[in-house]
Design a protein around this ligand. Structure first.
Ligand code: HEC
Length: 207
């Protein structure tokens, strides 16, 4: 029974790690467990085994409940992730909102079976409401409907929004939102496009 429970815990952990949402918590999994997990995957195409290695933020955010991240650690995660954001060299944070809409509504990419040369989607709709017309969207994240209409389009708001999408952990340690720029899921051009989707007065987000 004990072994069965342990196996179930391992399977659950592997599933989470494979989904890329979080990785393996130090307290849940011993180095030997990690060896078993790593041994049960093989790299294929763009799905490489380095995804099983945690960085500082993942390690600090992976302690099982009811443990929470200490305030000092959260500040450290946010500070180092903020410092690692690479903003566009020309200072232009906004791209084409129409391209941004296609990216936001696409959940493709980063699987071993996807063409690595094809651009990945942002899957934003899976966690956020984006427009009035959508009949189905996820609610893990807050609604972004009228995001730009309520916050304006100032240079500070453009920079915040670009950075927020590039690396959510810079603003909210242990965020469930993917680190789109930091982890190379979306390109600079694509992040500009989704930033425009959120801020352009003509985009469906702001109608
Ligand atoms: C797996 C779920 C998930 C996905 C996918 C996701 N987000 Fe988020 N997002 C969140 C959560 C949760 C928050 C709440 C704050 C936090 O935890 O970071 C958030 C917050 C935000 C915010 C900050 C909102 C505010 O009030 O300042 C923006 C902007 C945002 N997301 C944009 C996007 C965009 C654009 C995409 C797609 C490229 C996206 N998100 C994809 C979960 C997600």
């Amino acid at each position: 029974m004990k072994t069965a429970n342990r196996m179930l815990a391992l399977i659950a952990t592997v599933t989470v790690a494979a989904a890329g949402c979080a990785a393996v918590g130090d307290k849940l999994v011993t180095p030997d467990d990690l060896k078993v997990i790593k041994g049960s995957f093989r790299a294929q195409g763009q799905a490489r085994l380095d995804r099983l290695d945690q960085d500082d933020a993942q390690r600090l955010c992976s302690n099982p409940p009811p443990a929470t991240i200490a305030r000092g650690d959260a500040e450290r995660v946010e500070k180092s992730n903020l410092a690692a954001i690479r903003y566009p060299a020309d200072g232009k944070m906004l791209g084409d909102w129409k391209a941004g809409e296609r990216i936001a509504q696409s959940g493709r990419g980063k699987q071993y079976s996807d063409d690595p040369k094809a651009p990945s989607g942002g899957n934003c709709y899976a966690c956020h409401q984006l427009s009035k017309a959508e009949i189905s969207f996820g609610t893990i994240g807050p609604s972004l409907y009228r995001y730009g209409a309520t916050r304006g389009n100032s240079p500070e708001m453009q920079r915040y929004t670009y950075g927020r999408i590039y690396n959510p952990q810079a603003y909210s340690a242990c965020s469930n939102m993917p680190r789109f720029g930091h982890n190379g899921i979306l390109t600079e051009t694509q992040i500009r496009d989704v930033t425009a989707l959120l801020l352009d007065p003509n985009s469906p987000v702001n109608q």
